[in-house]
Each structure stands twice: as C-alpha cells, then as structure tokens.
Design a binder for this molecule. Structure first.
Ligand SMILES: NC(=O)c1ccc[n+]([C@@H]2O[C@H](COP(=O)([O-])OP(=O)(O)OC[C@H]3O[C@@H](n4cnc5c(N)ncnc54)[C@H](O)[C@@H]3O)[C@@H](O)[C@H]2O)c1
Ligand SMILES: [Zn+2]
Length: 334
C-alpha cells in the first residue's frame, strides 16, 4: 500500500510498515537525526546507526542547531551518497530535512516521522527549514524526501497530549476535503494516517511549490492558529491545539460571511470536544491582539487577510479578502 508522490520533478515513495521493518529497510550507512525524547524512547533503534541527537522542542529549529547538525554530518564522514534520516517529529523533520537539502548541496533525505503531526503533515510535501528571530520557518527550502517510512507503532510512546494535537490536523483534513473521514476518527490509526497522507499528496501534487494557491486550502484553522501561537509565545498552546481553536473561530467566520450554515460551527466544535481538544481562545488573549498578529503575518503574504474556509464538511474555499470587522467578531468566542 505504498503511495507515490511527486514534488515538481522529484518522486517520493511513502511506505507503511512496522517499526522493525522500517529499521531493516533503512540503508546501513544512513545517518539518523533525532531528538532526545525519541532517542530515549527507542534506544535499540537509535543504536543501529550513527545518530545525531538534538534537544527536543521548537528551540532546536534554529540556525545554531542546523549548523551543529551539518558539522556532525561532516564529522560522521557523510558524503554525497549518505542518506540523512529525519527520525522524529516535525521539528526534527524540518531541521534534518534542511540539513540534508544543503549538506554538500544536497544528500538523499529519508523521513521517518514519529509524531502523529509529522506523519500526516510535515514529513510529506517537501517543506523544510528553520525559524529566525523574525518569525517561524523563515529560512528554508523545498526538499522532497526520497522515501517516507510511516510506522504508526512509534505513536505508542508519543505523549497523549501530542497525540491529541495531531488529531486536530486529522480532523482538519476531514473538514476541508473528506467528510467520510470524520466518521472513522475513532478507528484504527494506520488507515486514518494513510488516508490523510493521500489527501496531502493530492493537494501537494496540484501545487507543489505553493504558487497556485491550491495548497493554501490546508490552512483551514491556521490563520487564527498562527496568531494564537504568536500571541501566547509558542509553547503553552501546542500547534494542533491552536489549530483546533482556529478551526472553530474560522467556522464562525464562514458562518458570519454567509458561506456556511450555522450548524457547521457546532459540528466542528463537537468533533474537537470528542477528541479532548480545546475550542476557546485562551484566557487573556484578546481578539485585537490576534488581529494584530494576523496583520503582521499577512505582511509576509502580500497584504491580504485570506482564509481557507469550510462551507460544509468536506468542502472548502479560499477567501482572499476578509474584512477585519468580520474577523474580530469571529474571534470573540460566540
Ligand atoms: N514541513 C511542513 O510541511 C510542516 C507542516 C506542519 C508542521 N511543521 C513543523 O512541525 C513542527 C511540529 O511538529 P511536532 O508536533 O511533531 O513537534 P515536535 O517535533 O516538537 O514533537 C513533539 C514532541 O513529541 C516528542 N516525540 C515525537 N515523537 C515521539 C515518540 N514517538 N515518542 C516520544 N516522544 C516523541 C518530541 O520529542 C517533542 O517533545 C513545527 O516546527 C512545525 O513548524 C512542518
Ligand atoms: Zn498545522
């Protein structure tokens, strides 16, 4: 049940297998890049190959750690044919992917995602990079992995809260493009993950370098989410949790703009509550603060307040010019 994706002219094969089979399939001479949590949870896996270990958390997605990974690759004797394996969550995927894409002008990249978010989102699609003081993901590139090995067995050690946050992204896929998926949320994780990856591949294939706008449909909930993460200082609210809150606010926005029926808001909210995800803007964060963060973000995106809005479960549209008053109203939690 492999999935083959293309990013522009580059081909990525996505394989589904057990942890043991993934370990056996990785090239012997590959170098693993991971974080302390993943290395500690899977010591036998880490022991199989040269392994570069970084500190866990978004703080590692910065230039100093990127430089350390490059230097470690050089010390490990990596050459142009040495595959780099990004074995971890989205932080490791983005960091190691950027290192693989730039070390010696590019060595083969293999993604082995270990968080639910990395499986359904960051390991597929070719975006890699690090954060700058000026903002998240501001230094990066498109680097398509040669292979992505998805072993949902890794999720056994993922903290509950991280698993729930990843579910927010799964739920997002259902609302933007696959309503039937919403009926299978309680089931087995592997087919659910495979379905989400197939959906992401479909969107990325249509707009690999995000030049046509199609890829922006993946941003449902994210315009508000990024503002929440910015306003709360990246950390207290996990990305997936911010996306959950953002999807409810953006469902309200779709309703207020007459794009969606009123019961869409309830449906989004109910689905998230069932998965123990937050739906309210955190205490102490004001709509004005969030709007300010969005204005800042929009400056980076050529000046319009645009949203990917769901009109009914499984369908969404890009709305490029949303009036600020409507956004403020949708952000006031009712
Ligand atoms: N490139 C893309 O297209 C893309 C898409 C979405 C998100 N991202 C990026 O992904 C990052 C977030 O990814 P994330 O949510 O996976 O965060 P993360 O990489 O920080 O992982 C979350 C936490 O779970 C731990 N962890 C991961 N797998 C584990 C396992 N199997 N067992 C035990 N602990 C485990 C990590 O150590 C970390 O503490 C952000 O930097 C975001 O910008 C990138
Ligand atoms: Zn996201």
């Amino acid at each position: 049940m492999d999935i083959v994706a293309t990013l522009g002219t580059q081909k990525t094969t996505i394989h589904f297998a057990s942890v043991e089979v993934v370990e056996a399939l990785l090239p012997r001479h590959a170098v693993l890049v991971t974080d302390e949590n993943v290395a500690a949870a899977w010591p036998a896996f880490a022991g199989t190959r040269k392994t570069i270990v970084v500190s866990p958390g978004e703080g590692s997605k910065r230039i100093p750690t990127y430089e350390r990974v490059l230097e470690s690759l050089a010390e490990a004797g990596a050459d142009r044919s040495t595959p780099v394996v990004a074995w971890g969550g989205g932080v490791v995927g983005d960091l190691a992917g950027f290192a693989a894409g730039t070390y010696m002008r590019g060595v083969p990249l293999i993604q082995v995602p270990t968080s639910l978010l990395a499986m359904v989102d960051s390991s597929v699609g070719g975006k890699v990079g690090v954060d700058l003081a000026a903002g998240k993901n501001l230094a990066g590139a498109f680097v398509a992995p040669q292979d992505v090995y998805v072993a949902t067995g890794f999720l056994a050690t993922l903290p509950e809260r991280e698993l729930r946050a990843g579910m927010a992204e799964v739920i997002k896929y259902g609302f933007i493009m696959d309503a039937p998926l919403l009926d299978t949320l309680g089931g087995d994780l592997e087919p659910l993950v495979a379905r989400c990856i197939a959906l992401k591949v479909q969107v990325v294939d249509e707009d690999p370098y995000e030049t046509l706008g199609r890829r922006a449909i993946l941003n449902f909930g994210h315009t508000v989410a990024h503002a929440i993460e910015h306003a709360t200082g990246y950390g207290p609210v996990l990305h997936g949790e911010a996306v959950a809150i953002g999807m409810v606010a953006e469902a309200r926005l779709a309703r207020d703009l007459g794009l969606a029926p009123a019961d869409l808001v309830d449906e989004v909210e109910r689905t998230l509550v069932r998965h123990a995800l937050p739906t309210r803007i955190p205490e102490g964060v004001t709509p004005e603060q969030l709007l300010e963060a969005m204005r800042r973000d929009k400056k980076a995106k050529a000046g319009r307040l645009g949203f990917s809005l769901v009109s009914e479960p499984g369908k969404c549209t890009l709305v490029p010019n949303v009036p600020e008053e409507a956004v403020l109203r949708a952000l006031s939690n009712s």
